[in-house]
Write a protein that binds this ligand. Structure first.
Ligand SMILES: Nc1nc2c(c(=O)[nH]1)N[C@@H](CN(C=O)c1ccc(C(=O)N[C@@H](CCC(=O)O)C(=O)O)cc1)CN2
Length: 286
């Protein structure tokens, strides 16, 4: 049986460290770090994630503020809000939940956020810092994946890693992080030639392709570590949606370790966001 990597437990451990840092900052007379979350529109999943983020702030002692804007919000109105948040010294982290409605240019919005407050790590300045290994804020889901991998194997140097998915928010950054840790990394996607063969050669497989049960059991070599970033909603037996990952979980029990969905990467995304907000607050007040 593969080890089931418990993302909820590892997220709780990170939250405890984050809370201790916040408590120490406040005890030293510093301002309590604050995160502002912006949601545009009424995507049901995004609403749930934003609610979870605000509750998580409360749990660790971060200040939080929410801006829930109607779907008809214009790009100029959103950019004006970001300008105000950038200028507000009491706001240490700014997060704009994606996806945004189609009439808003996501890139323009991300680029408008002060890189020092970009706790999502999506701004090109932070992407550049990640690629050169020179500080900055790291994107939450990719860093969460790395922390889960290191909970199984602290030293990843020399391992062959396959990242399936080439998105700016998961695939590319996780590949850069693995490279920085000494892995030999292949970035693949759903149309990569001989994907099963490439996966079978990998010590680490990170699946972030967004297709339910895409990675099959015979793609995974004995003893590999498998990180499943997929969150796919499929109709369940009781009429309710069921969450399914990108990996056929039951088929990969010959792996050394695998993340479940739910309860794997998802909770780490929020825990890293909280840690990033503390990092941003410290850097802004340094
Ligand atoms: N601005 C951002 N937008 C989005 C991000 C992001 O990192 N920044 N990531 C995703 C959504 N996301 C956070 O925003 C997110 C997704 C999933 C989870 C999570 O805890 N999932 C649970 C299951 C929850 C459920 O029942 O739906 C799990 O996997 O156990 C947290 C955060 C896109 N947008």
């Amino acid at each position: 049986m593969a080890e089931k990597i418990d993302g909820r437990a590892i997220a709780r451990e990170l939250d405890a460290l984050t809370k201790a840092e916040i408590d120490a900052m406040v005890a030293a007379g510093r301002e309590r770090p604050g995160l502002t979350v912006v949601l545009v529109g009424d995507d049901p999943a995004s609403e749930v994630y934003v609610t979870h983020k605000v509750r998580a702030c409360e749990r660790v002692g971060l200040r939080s503020a929410e801006h829930r804007l109607p779907a008809a919000t214009t790009q100029d109105e959103l950019l004006a809000l970001i300008g105000r948040l950038n200028a507000d010294a009491h706001v240490h982290g700014i997060l704009v939940q994606v996806p945004l409605p189609d009439h808003i240019d996501e890139r323009a919005v991300i680029e408008a956020i002060d890189p020092a407050k970009d706790v999502d790590g999506f701004h090109p300045v932070n992407v550049g810092r990640l690629s050169t290994g020179t500080g900055g804020l790291r994107p939450c889901t990719p860093l969460g994946c790395i922390k889960l991998l290191q909970s199984v194997e602290p030293d990843l140097a020399g391992m062959d890693a396959l990242v399936i998915g080439r998105s700016n928010i998961v695939g590319k950054p996780v590949a850069m992080m693995l490279t920085a840790l000494g892995c030999t990394v292949t970035i693949a996607h759903s149309k990569t030639r001989d994907l099963p063969g490439k996966a079978r050669a990998a010590d680490i497989v990170v699946a972030a392709v967004g297709i339910a049960n895409f990675v099959k059991g015979d793609w995974i070599k004995d003893g590999a570590i498998v990180i499943d970033v997929g969150i796919n909603r499929t109709p369940g037996e009781n009429g309710k949606d069921r969450l399914v990952g990108d990996v056929a979980f039951d088929e990969v029990q010959h792996a050394r370790a695998v993340t479940p969905v739910p309860g794997g990467v998802g909770p780490m995304t929020i825990a890293v966001l909280l840690a990033n907000t503390v990092q941003a607050a410290k850097a802004l007040s340094a």
